[in-house]
Ligand binder design. Structure first.
Ligand code: ADP
Ligand code: MG
Length: 664
């Protein structure tokens, strides 16, 4: 039993209390067979007329039953001998299920039933139906939960004045209500979680999350880190050498980061900026401040292409300043890597860029002051933990081009400070988005041709095939072959995940140099490549992509002064969700608005990625309820400031035994 409960995540009384019903059944009333509506679950009290095992078309148990108003058939395709015995002629039953018109007249397939003897009063509460697992019956779960409700301390952890101010229902009353609602409530309301009792549970969950994250925040600020103070000699030099001026947003964000770095405790800041908003230069400035302050800095990216682009860019910017950058990736020869490693560990090379190779065995920094992680949510849990260990007392900056909706930032990221680049560098042309039926692919190919003849370049992104990488590769190769055949005067290239790193790099380099006009790609180009002459993006089977991915891909064009377009090829039939995504990407260009719609369509899991392991997922609260998230945040601050014992009690209830998770 303990094993089965563990499978449901149920270890303590509190776990049981918070194991809330999926739905309810109304067994407080009886319905006459004659009055029942088809498809509406109802309870009947009947007498068995006859029962038999039939073989039409397969072995099944068929019982004919009746009440004063009419008759029906109960059918069981799987059954135990005990059930057969219970359905003896003359037995009285309470039956719960849906009546349907069947081959044998009105019938119920696999109804729930119970033999009754003598007078059995009807329950006065709705019957909860809990999420469960094989071998654990509703009846057993119900008893355990009932026991927990009787035993557990349901005292309210929310101080009375706050509860009154927010018009929050009492905690214990809310739980009792949700486990055992009275029959006169609107089931639709509770099941849709539109009920004050749900609001209370959701609030408590958000409050626990806020409290734990704010505590983590405070704990971090109590730890020490090197103060990376600098007069700005190096950063000034870099800024003077750039062919552009920082945007207002870049300046603001850079000041926030520079200020954090000079503090005696570790920075933990998330830098959010849409694709192309110019995060790299901000990262470079931060790294230079660390170097000038006598420390080292590391920059890590999730893919080799992206890491390499960072490496090239940083080297180009920093070599003139006399600053060395070490480069760690799988494709770097061992000898070269050993050399870099030695230099980094002796502190001779101040900066290192790499993929996760950077945190793997043996790279020790002499005095690491700052780690920067690009697109952190794409790293695995283990890699992120390793990185965290490595930089315990280092400042940390994470960068993300996936805009995170505000409520999500406020909840899951409450332990971080957030900077936002909300302005694109000047000179970008807006990208025109077109939705085109796959049947008109020839016209799209003609359009690619025109663009290339006009001196531009184009990306052609192949469909995402999650089930099979091999199939994905095959499709990409076919598209490549077809475009090569149909555009004989145009140089077409192909890049995909199976290529060796140096092969991939060669194709990308040719595209960047302009030696190649069309780049057929699987989604590997999704992150980071920067070719301002590319003005056309074609995405095949766009209906299969997520909103964030479409937004990222579209951000690859419109980087130069040329008119740019993104053509979304779609195949019918379109599901409802796919249609909603295409509509959203067609109608919106603002990353934050797209992120908000994405959260609405897909829920928070997609955004937080492996971060889930670090923070318990919200089970009850809905992050679209901005107001509730805000209220929880305010109350968390208030409790931590004025009533830390109430905060402790609340955390004890919600996170008991899960503190370990929070440390990840
Ligand atoms: P992302 O935020 O997507 O990582 P990048 O850092 O790659 O964006 O910057 C995109 C492009 O914009 C790069 O070519 C970069 O050099 C350029 N860029 C960055 N900041 C500015 C600016 N202030 N003015 C003009 N171009 C800029
Ligand atoms: Mg980038």
């Amino acid at each position: 039993m303990a094993e089965k409960l563990a499978r449901l995540g149920l270890f303590t009384d509190v776990d049981l209390l918070l194991h809330l019903p999926l739905r309810y059944e109304d067994e407080t009333r009886l319905t006459a067979i004659r009055d029942v509506l088809p498809g509406v679950p109802a309870q009947f009290e009947v007498e068995v007329v006859s029962s038999e095992i039939a073989y039409r078309p397969r072995r099944q148990l068929v019982a004919r039953v009746k009440d004063a108003s009419g008759a029906m058939v109960m059918r069981f395709l799987n059954f135990y001998p005990s059930q057969q015995k219970a359905l003896a002629a003359g037995a009285r039953l309470r039956v719960f299920g849906e009546l349907r018109g069947g081959f044998f007249g009105d019938e119920m397939i696999h109804p729930r039933f119970r033999v009754i003897r003598g007078d059995e009063p009807l329950p006065d509460r709705l019957t909860p139906i809990y999420p469960t697992t094989a071998g654990l019956s509703q009846g057993v779960l119900r008893k355990l939960i009932q026991h927990a409700l009787d035993q557990a301390d349901l005292a309210d952890t929310l101080p009375e004045p706050i509860r009154r101010r927010l018009a929050m229902a009492d905690f214990g009353a809310s739980l009792r209500f949700l486990h055992q609602p009275p029959p006169d409530v609107s089931l639709a309301d509770i099941e849709a979680r539109h009920h004050p009792a749900w609001r209370r549970i959701a609030f408590d969950e958000l409050l626990a999350q806020q409290l734990s994250l704010r505590r983590a925040y405070t704990a971090r600020r109590a730890r020490g880190a090197p103060m990376l103070k600098a007069a700005g000699r190096l950063t000034q030099k870099l800024l003077a050498s750039l062919p552009f001026k920082l945007t207002g947003a870049q300046q603001r964000v850079w000041h926030e980061i520079a200020n954090d770095l000079a503090q005696p405790h570790p920075m933990a800041r998330l830098l959010q900026g849409d694709v192309g908003s110019g995060k790299t230069v901000v990262a470079a400035l931060a790294m230079l401040q660390a170097v000038e302050a006598g420390h080292q800095a590391a920059l890590m990216a999730p893919t080799e292409i992206l890491a390499e682009q960072h490496y090239r860019k940083l080297s180009a910017w920093l070599a003139p300043l006399g600053i060395d950058v070490a480069w760690f990736a799988a494709s770097v020869k061992k000898k070269q890597r050993d050399e870099w490693r030695a230099k980094v560990s002796r502190g001779e090379t101040p900066l290192a860029v790499g993929t996760h190779a950077l945190i793997e065995a043996g790279i020790e920094f002499e005095r690491l002051g700052l780690t920067i992680v690009d697109e952190q949510h794409r790293f695995g849990v283990q890699q992120r933990l390793a990185l965290k260990k490595k930089g315990q007392s280092a400042h940390q900056l994470t960068m993300s081009a996936t805009p995170i909706p505000r409520t999500l930032a406020m909840s899951y990221y409450a332990d971080l400070d957030v900077s936002v680049l909300d302005e694109l560098p000047p000179g970008r042309t807006p990208v025109v988005t077109k939705l085109v039926d796959e049947a008109r692919r020839d016209q799209v190919i003609a359009r690619v041709h025109d663009a290339c003849r006009a001196g531009r370049q184009a990306y052609w992104v192949c469909p995402l095939i999650e089930e099979s990488e091999a199939l994905q590769l095959k499709t990409a190769e076919e598209t490549y072959a077809r475009l090569t055949a149909e555009l004989p005067d145009i140089k077409v290239g192909l890049v995909h995940g199976r290529l060796k790193a140096d092969e991939k790099a060669a194709v990308m380099a040719a595209f960047v140099r302009g030696d190649m006009q069309v780049l057929v790609a699987t989604t590997v180009i999704e992150v980071g490549v920067d070719v301002s002459n590319a003005s056309l993006m074609v995405i095949e089977h766009a209906e299969r992509f997520g909103l964030a991915q479409l937004h990222q891909l579209r951000g690859r064009v419109g980087r130069g002064a040329h008119d740019s377009a993104c053509i979304l090829l779609y195949a019918r039939p379109l599901g409802e969700n796919a249609r909603a995504r295409l509509k959203a990407i067609y109608e919106n260009t603002d990353g934050f608005e797209i992120a908000r719609l994405d959260l609405h369509l897909r829920g928070p899991g997609e955004f937080i990625g492996s971060r889930q392991s670090g923070v318990p997922l919200l089970r009850f609260a809905d992050l679209e309820d901005t107001r509730l998230v805000e209220e929880a945040r305010t109350v968390a601050e208030e409790l931590l400031r004025d009533q830390p014992q109430a905060a402790d009690a609340h955390l004890g209830r919600w996170l008991a035994g899960r503190e370990e998770l929070l440390k990840a």
